[in-house]
Design a protein around this ligand. Structure first.
Ligand code: NAG
Length: 196
């Protein structure tokens, strides 16, 4: 798979458990049992393009709140989105998922968005899994970093970050194609690797 790469890191931990003291007269015997477990940290690198279309008859982003007489860049302006995520930058490129949620103009003197959305994937084994992003997006910066605060399915208990870079933008309509590099990690305890 070209756009989803997984790395596994193995950690070993010694967990001490079951400490037991026996007192017999002046002597104390202490027994403690050590158990080794292994934990896997899985990091997945996701790379895709986000297509945000405001213009035309079938926009993927619609304005749901904000001041009246608002333009796209007014403070408070809020867009609900269901944007395609594709493997390559072309709109016809293979669909790997959808970005569903909203973004709002959250700065008065700056172009910074509050991004609240889920990336729901349909690609191969990731079909049905999702990650949730919540972050600040100063859209004029070359690269914007936003936190990944959780996930579901294969991304259950995930944490990570997204790096967004605008690939193309129409300044008249606000339509944009944004390249995303996302790194998410989660831990899995592998009981099968445990040794006594
Ligand atoms: C993803 O899963 C859904 C529901 O199980 C299924 O209908 C769909 O065909 C799958 N999509 C892909 C691309 O495998």
């Amino acid at each position: 798979m070209a756009c989803f790469v997984t790395f596994i890191t193995l950690y070993s931990f010694l967990i001490f458990s079951a400490s037991l003291n026996t007192i017999s007269g002046a002597f104390v015997e202490e027994f403690s049992e050590a158990m080794a477990i292994k934990r896997e940290e899985k990091t997945t690198h996701l790379h895709f393009f986000f297509h945000d279309t405001i213009s035309g008859n079938h926009p993927s982003a619609v304005r749901i709140a904000g001041p009246t007489e608002s333009t796209f860049v007014n403070f408070g302006n809020t867009m609900m989105i269901d944007d395609a995520l594709t493997e390559g930058p072309e709109p016809t490129s293979k669909l790997v998922g959808r970005a569903q949620g909203f973004y709002s103009m959250a700065a008065q003197d700056d172009l910074a968005l509050l991004m609240v959305m889920n990336f729901a994937f349909v690609e191969d084994k990731y079909n049905g899994s999702s990650i949730s992003m919540l972050g600040r997006n100063p859209v004029l910066n070359d690269v914007r970093e936003m936190p990944i605060v959780g996930g579901s399915g294969l991304f259950r208990n995930s944490r990570g970050y997204a790096l967004a870079h605008t690939n193309w933008m129409d300044p008249n309509t606000g339509d944009a194609i944004v390249e995303y590099d996302v790194y998410v990690s989660n831990f899995q305890v592998d009981a099968g690797l445990a040794t006594a």
